[in-house]
Design a protein around this ligand. Structure first.
Ligand SMILES: Nc1ncnc2c1ncn2[C@@H]1O[C@H](COP(=O)(O)OP(=O)(O)OP(=O)(O)O)[C@@H](O)[C@H]1O
Ligand SMILES: O=P(O)(O)OC[C@H]1O[C@H](OP(=O)(O)OP(=O)(O)O)[C@H](O)[C@@H]1O
Ligand SMILES: [Mg+2]
Length: 285
């Protein structure tokens, strides 16, 4: 039987969320510890556990068909590669930073300066668009220490909370790109495996949609129903059922989790009661 071959990070920041996403898609993987390759029991899939930085080359060579990888790595090492889904986790920025004491005015300040980074292509391309050339020092980790030990004048690295910059007395001065985990696709994927990919994409989309949403049930006085319904941005329109108590209805709908608290306040103001909020497992449109 043909199986789709997916690369996920062996260990590191993407590993757990990638496995959790496959699990939420109903794909069980026999996962012996330290195994580099595993198969799914219930989906035509083989999983390869690889270093994030090596994945673009595997995709290019067609050794794997798809991969869960940081968009930043695709931009750095796989500009020729494409992705089919944004996955909503491992959100971060790739930024330029300088010592706090540096009187920074514009990106031109990097002209002729030494920049330590693990993302040389990203920095070079970004600076080229600004007409700036700098002296790049490629290092693979602990980049933020470079200015403090006299190795560089500035750095380019991943920033999320900003605490690593803060601890190293640096300040972020330019955000070059924002990134999240994506589902990248090999240019060499076969037609047969594209079929399996579209089944996987269908499942991923249902899972991601569900993660973004909450199922809400509430009781509303009938005279306020119209106002309350107008506050609810449901999938199609909310379900309204009469309660045993006359003059009241039960309203069921789906709300985007980011809008949730705002909408709940409004609903309460309009007389909604007994509001229940439930997680949704899958959401198929
Ligand atoms: N602090 C962070 N917050 C959010 N996402 C991050 C953060 N650091 C890295 N990422 C994202 O997670 C990906 C993996 O990061 P991680 O540090 O685990 O791997 P790595 O050391 O770059 O790769 P490798 O697997 O090759 O060792 C990065 O490419 C980036 O997309
Ligand atoms: O803005 P923050 O929230 O502090 O995150 C940014 C840090 O996170 C990443 O390192 P990681 O912790 O993955 O360590 P690594 O260098 O070993 O990959 C990245 O390389 C930064 O150093
Ligand atoms: Mg890291």
């Amino acid at each position: 039987m043909t199986k789709i071959r997916i690369a996920i990070q062996k260990s590191g920041r993407l590993n757990e969320d990638s496995i959790a996403l496959l699990k939420d898609c109903g794909i069980s993987i026999d996962n012996g510890k330290d195994q580099l390759k595993a198969s799914s029991r219930n989906f035509p899939m083989e999983v390869f556990y690889l270093r994030n930085g090596d994945i673009p080359q595997y995709l290019r060579d067609g050794v794997v068909d798809i991969a869960i990888i940081g968009e930043n790595v695709l931009i750095e090492k796989g500009e020729d590669l494409t992705f089919s889904e944004r996955l909503g986790f491992s959100k971060c920025k790739v930024s330029l930073a300088v010592p706090k004491s540096f009187k920074y005015t514009s990106v031109q300040d990097f002209q002729g300066k030494r920049i330590a980074t693990s993302y040389p292509n990203t920095v070079k391309n970004y600076l080229a668009t600004k007409g700036v050339t700098a002296d790049l020092h490629i290092i693979n980790g602990s980049v933020e220490i470079a200015p403090n030990i006299g190795l560089a004048d500035g750095i380019c690295d991943i920033v999320s909370s900003g605490s690593t910059l803060f601890k190293n007395n640096l300040k972020e001065v330019e955000v070059m790109l924002t990134s999240e985990a994506v589902l990248a696709v090999s240019p060499k994927i076969s037609e047969e495996r594209k079929e399996i990919l579209s089944q996987l994409e269908f499942r991923i989309e249902s899972v991601l949609r569900a993660r973004q949403s909450k199922y809400v049930l509430l009781n509303a006085p009938n005279e306020k129903l119209d106002t309350i319904i107008s506050l609810l941005p449901g999938m199609r329109s909310p379900t309204v059922l009469p309660l045993a108590e006359e003059g009241w209805s039960s309203v069921h709908t789906v709300i985007n989790k980011d809008k949730f608290w705002e909408v709940i306040q409004e609903l309460k103001k309009e007389g909604a009661e007994g509001i229940l909020v439930c997680p949704i497992e899958k959401m198929v449109l």
